[in-house]
Design a binder for this molecule. Structure first.
Ligand code: SF4
Length: 462
């Protein structure tokens, strides 16, 4: 299978209007993030504090995880440890199957995507329903998420109407987001009521209280875990933070960085099972210990999955989530994918302009573009790049080391640009440069901007 980012991106960019509204929609979310950040005068201090707390937590991960386990058990939570995705899936399946579960309501969790939990359970006769709206859309479409916060951002509302018609039996031709959302609500309500277990991810695990915190905008985690007696939560080892008192730092950053909201709609704390029920937490390593051991890249584990680096990345915005060979796209996915399997994801660190915008917006100050640069060095050093790229880079390196050749190349490029039809009127390179200029963020509501970009309607929808 071709995993080269540029080739996969070509499939997305072949649809120019879709590429354009994807780019604009994400830039709009990015501009909302800027607006949200601007309302907090101590924003930079919060970022410093969040980064420092995460670095501290990663430096004493084993102690904090043991402290969390002790306190969680004291709260009546059953704690399991999984070395990898396979062990995680086996544990979750054992817990569910031994209690006769056949239907699970799952809220959003990138870790379960990473472990391949859905197909694992489905192959063993357990239906698993993603209850986050975007996740449910991509699940019905048989696709993975294309964004870590907005999983169906690549889909137009007309396509969702078609999908719901086909899978949920709604009327053909629906495209009103309110009607589509209501159809999803009715469909999901039945699933919530029928589920015998709820499955969630974990945004933060609090070492000093032994509790877990799950953040959603739709309340689906709360619904999925308060109706059935069994709750299974999957958490990566890096989710632990030392104290409940640290949580506020992250919560103030998370929603603003993700969508510009001052706060997520639901921040749910679980400090034990519901009365008469069970709460299981499965703590998963799956390669994270190796990343912790690599000082230059350790900080990538500080990620709180806000998606801001995706929204700002000029490459992600224009190439879409499916051009990335790793399940997490964008700058953070390129780092994590290449760390996990540099052979399979060799092209990902090159899917970046290295503009540094990802590092600038990251709420926990991960130095993403330098980590990408470091990974490029490793990948090139191991000879993992295809020969045309290697040859091109060798040529560039040779030219850059010889100023006379560089100047000659510049003169040649200017001559080519001047000779291009129409280019003389606006100067060399200007046409190309103007195309790359981003317009001002629209001064209208998100929905109106979205409709305008998607439909090309030029204004408010009727
Ligand atoms: S790397 Fe930073 S900006 Fe990107 S998703 Fe993670 S926390 Fe957000």
């Amino acid at each position: 299978m071709n995993t080269f980012h540029a080739d996969k991106a070509a499939a997305f960019t072949a649809d120019a209007p879709r590429t354009r509204w994807h780019d604009r929609a994400l830039w709009f979310v990015r501009s909302r993030r800027d607006g949200g950040a601007a309302t907090v005068p101590e924003w930079e201090q919060l970022r410093d504090a969040a980064g420092a707390i995460k670095v501290h937590a990663l430096s004493r991960l084993a102690d904090l995880l043991e402290e969390f386990e002790r306190n969680a058990r004291a709260n009546g939570i059953q704690v399991h440890w999984a070395r990898d995705g396979e062990e995680h899936n086996r544990i979750v399946h054992e817990v569910l199957a031994s209690r006769g579960v056949t239907l699970v309501a799952k809220s959003k969790s990138m870790l379960t995507e990473e472990c391949g939990l859905n197909p694992y359970l489905e192959a063993r006769g357990i239906e698993i329903v993603d209850t986050d709206l975007g996740e449910r859309i991509v699940q019905l479409a048989g696709e993975p998420p294309s964004h870590i916060v907005m999983p169906a951002i690549h889909r137009k509302k007309e396509e969702i109407g078609e999908l719901f018609h086909e899978k949920l039996g709604t009327e053909r031709g629906l495209s009103d987001p309110k009607i589509l959302t209501e159809a999803a609500r009715q469909h999901l309500r039945r699933k919530f009521l029928g589920a015998q277990a709820g499955l969630t991810g974990v945004n933060f695990a609090l070492a000093d209280t032994g509790g877990i915190v799950v953040v959603t905008n739709e309340g689906n985690a709360d619904m999925g875990t308060s109706l059935p007696p069994l709750h299974v939560a999957s958490m990566g080892v890096e989710k632990v933070i030392p104290r409940a008192a640290d949580l506020g730092v992250f919560l103030r950053l998370l929603a603003r960085s993700a969508t510009g909201q001052p706060s997520s709609v639901y921040t749910s704390h679980f400090h034990g099972p519901i009365r008469g029920g069970e709460l299981h937490v499965v703590i998963v390593d799956n390669g994270r210990s190796e990343i912790v051991a690599r000082e230059a890249f350790r900080r990538s584990l500080a990620c709180i999955r806000c998606g801001a680096c995706l929204n700002t990345c000029p490459v992600y915005r224009r190439s879409g989530g499916y051009s990335y060979s790793y399940l997490i796209p964008g700058p953070i996915g390129s780092v994590l994918g290449a760390l996990r399997d540099p052979v399979a994801h060799a092209s990902l660190p090159y899917a970046s302009s290295l503009c540094g915008s990802c590092s600038d917006v990251c709420p926990v100050k991960i130095d993403l573009h330098h980590e990408l640069l470091g990974l490029r060095e490793e990948i090139a050093g191991r000879g993992l790049l295809p020969w045309p790229k290697r040859a091109g880079m060798k040529l560039a390196s040779f030219v850059l080391r010889h100023p006379s050749l560089y100047r000659l190349g510049g003169r040649l490029a200017r001559w080519v640009l001047r000779s291009a039809p129409g280019a003389a009127r606006i100067g060399p390179g200007a046409a190309w440069g103007r195309q790359r200029e981003l317009p001002e963020a629209p001064a209208e509501s998100f929905r109106d901007a979205w409709r305008r970009e998607r439909d090309g309607s030029g204004g408010r929808a009727p």
